[in-house]
Design a protein around this ligand. Structure first.
Ligand code: SAM
Length: 222
C-alpha cells in the first residue's frame, strides 16, 4: 500500500535520476496538458506534484505558477529548473495534496501530471482539489486510466503490486468514475504517451454542489 512515507522515501531516492527515464517518455503529455489548461495572462496556476519540474518550461511567460510536491528530493531538483528553464515566475512549496494550505476557491487553473496514481487517498486529494479551485475553474490531469480487458490490462494487473509496494504508483483506481461521482463538468479525455498508457483529462469544477467541503485544517508539511 502506498503511504506518505513510502512516497517520500521512493521519490527522494529517485529524484536525481528521475529525468533520465521520465523526461523523454512523458514529455509530450506535459506539453499537451499545459496547452489544454489554457491559462490566461495574469492567472495563477496551481501545479500539484510538480516533481523535478519537467513541466515548468511549457508555461507561458505571462502567468504565475504555484507548484508543490511532497518529496523534498524532487523539489530540490525542480529548484534548478525554476532558475534555468521556467519562462514565468514559480513559487515552490512542500505540501501534501490531501491537506493543502490554500484557502477555499484560490485557483482558476490546476494541473497535476502523473500524480493521482501515487497519492495514498485519491478521494481526499479530489476533495482538496475541488476545495481550492474556484467554481468554474479548469483542471487538467495526466493519469493512467483503468483498462478492463486486453493484454495490457493483464500485464498491468501482474505488475501492479510490485509498483505499489515500491511506492511508485498504483493502477487500481477508476479515475473517471471517481471524477463523475464528484459531479465535475465538461469531462474530456485524450490519450497521450506511448501505447496510450496515460490520458490528458480535463474538466470544469462545478459551480455548485461539489463535495469539496473545507476541513478547516490545512497544515503545510515541512
Ligand atoms: C510520477 S511523479 C510525477 C512528477 C511530475 N508531475 C512529472 O510530470 O514528472 C509523482 C509525483 O507526485 C508526488 N506526490 C505523490 N504524492 C503526493 C502528495 N500526497 N502530495 C504532493 N505530492 C505528491 C511525488 O513526490 C512525485 O514527485
Amino acid at each position: 500500500m502506498i503511504t506518505l512515507s513510502t512516497i517520500r522515501q521512493t521519490y527522494d531516492r529517485c529524484s536525481s535520476f528521475y529525468d533520465l527515464f521520465f523526461k523523454p517518455w512523458l514529455e509530450f503529455g506535459r506539453r499537451q496538458a499545459i496547452e489544454n489548461l489554457r491559462p490566461k495572462p495574469g492567472q495563477t496556476v496551481l501545479e500539484i506534484g510538480v516533481g523535478t519540474g519537467l513541466s515548468l518550461e511549457f508555461y507561458p511567460p505571462d502567468v504565475r505558477v504555484v507548484a508543490f510536491d511532497y518529496s523534498h528530493g524532487m523539489l530540490t531538483e525542480s529548484k534548478g529548473k525554476v532558475a534555468s528553464e521556467a519562462p514565468c515566475p514559480v513559487d515552490l512549496l512542500q505540501m501534501d495534496v490531501q491537506a493543502m494550505a490554500f484557502p477555499d476557491g484560490s485557483f482558476d487553473r490546476i494541473m497535476a501530471a502523473y500524480v493521482l496514481t501515487v497519492v495514498p487517498d485519491i478521494h481526499q486529494a479530489m476533495r482538496e482539489i475541488l476545495r481550492v479551485a474556484r467554481p468554474g475553474a479548469r483542471v487538467v490531469l495526466i493519469n493512467h486510466l483503468t483498462r478492463r480487458s486486453g493484454l495490457l490490462a493483464w500485464v498491468e494487473n501482474l505488475f501492479h503490486p510490485v509498483f505499489a509496494r515500491l511506492g511508485l504508483f498504483t493502477l487500481d483506481r477508476d479515475l473517471l468514475s471517481i471524477l463523475e461521482s464528484y459531479g465535475v463538468e465538461e469531462l474530456q479525455t485524450e490519450p497521450t504517451s506511448w501505447l496510450g498508457l496515460h490520458h490528458v483529462i480535463a474538466f470544469t469544477v462545478p459551480t455548485t454542489g461539489s463535495d469539496g467541503a473545507a476541513s478547516g485544517r490545512h497544515p503545510v508539511i515541512r
